[in-house]
Design a protein around this ligand. Structure first.
Ligand code: SAM
Length: 280
């Protein structure tokens, strides 16, 4: 554009994230403004000095590694996330978001928050108009999830109004209702989802959807029964099966030797209006 100038250099304390990508897809998120850091897999260095003169799209050597500088985004953040609890992966997050209609401006509850695997996917599509409430009852898990979410907020052009509530999900509905009068969607990923279905369903709008992430069939059955007892209608129950293909050594492409095994059964139910009471 005529008369435009290059972006001003941000002040040194403003986070300025990029990702360094190995050719195979492994990635490391770096903040140019962070100063001296130690990055697992890359070593210790000053980020400003290392990246000085380099831009997104350039190749850079770090020690023996040749890396491409790319924008920090969800795929890179996922590959480089801090981890503690087991996370919900891409195939299940993507399906839940699409089926449940989660998008810009949605009001969503997710718990347990764990390492924020699912929460990062949700935040990525909800825009600044969205409200995301995460619930986690273990402080050490909440701390890891918060690290991932705060970093993502710093490199995202839009990020929802995010609340991390450190309580048990069975006691969360009061606080949830203080933040949001009602929810469009809720996703439960704890060992006993059926124990909190009633409480969380009470915060859901009519037409909203509640999903449970159930690694075992016993969890699925108990959650299914609890959803129906609350008057919700099960719309989907099943699992996503991912089968990757590879290039064969002697030509051609074929399914790989390492299919992704089972992750979890997903069950999604919608809240409908209650039946009118029958007149005497
Ligand atoms: C499998 S992890 C969640 C992973 C997360 N959804 C993700 O994608 O990264 C389950 C989490 O739920 C938390 N949790 C278990 N029971 C809970 C409860 N009743 N209330 C709140 N959090 C709970 C655990 O501490 C753990 O961090």
């Amino acid at each position: 554009m005529a008369g435009s100038t290059s972006d001003p250099t941000p002040p040194s304390n403003t986070p300025d994230w990029v990702a360094l990508r190995e050719d195979d897809g492994r990635a490391y998120l770096l903040d140019r403004a962070a100063g001296e850091v130690k990055v697992k897999g890359l070593g210790r260095f000053d980020t400003g000095q290392l990246l000085n003169g380099y831009s997104v799209g350039d190749r850079i050597m770090v020690g023996q590694k040749s890396l491409t500088i790319v924008d920090a985004a969800l795929p890179e953040a996922r590959r480089n996330m801090f981890r503690r609890a087991q996370t919900i992966g891409i195939k299940d997050s993507g399906f839940l978001i699409s089926w449940m209609g989660i998008g810009v401006g949605s009001r969503v509850l997710e718990g347990g928050h764990g390492s924020a695997g699912l929460a990062m996917h949700l935040a990525n599509v909800m825009g600044s108009a969205g409200t995301l409430i995460s619930v986690e009852n273990r402080a050490e898990h909440a701390a890891v999830g918060r690290q991932n979410m705060e970093r993502m907020a710093e490199f995202s052009s839009e990020f929802p109004d995010w609340h991390l509530i450190e309580v048990d999900l069975s006691e969360a509905s009061g606080k949830v209702k203080e933040i949001c009068a009602e929810l469009d969607a809720a996703i439960i990923d704890i060992a006993e989802p059926w124990t909190v279905v009633a409480d969380i369903a009470s915060a859901l709008k009519v037409g909203g959807r509640l999903a449970c992430y159930c690694p075992t069939t016993a969890q699925l059955e108990k959650s299914w029964n609890a959803l129906e007892e609350e008057g919700l209608v099960v719309e989907f129950s099943g699992e996503m099966i991912e089968r990757r293909w590879v290039k064969a050594a002697k030509g051609g492409v074929r399914p790989g030797n390492q299919p992704m095994g089972h992750t979890a059964f997903l069950i999604i139910a919608a809240k409908i209006a209650p039946e009118p009471e029958e007149e005497e």
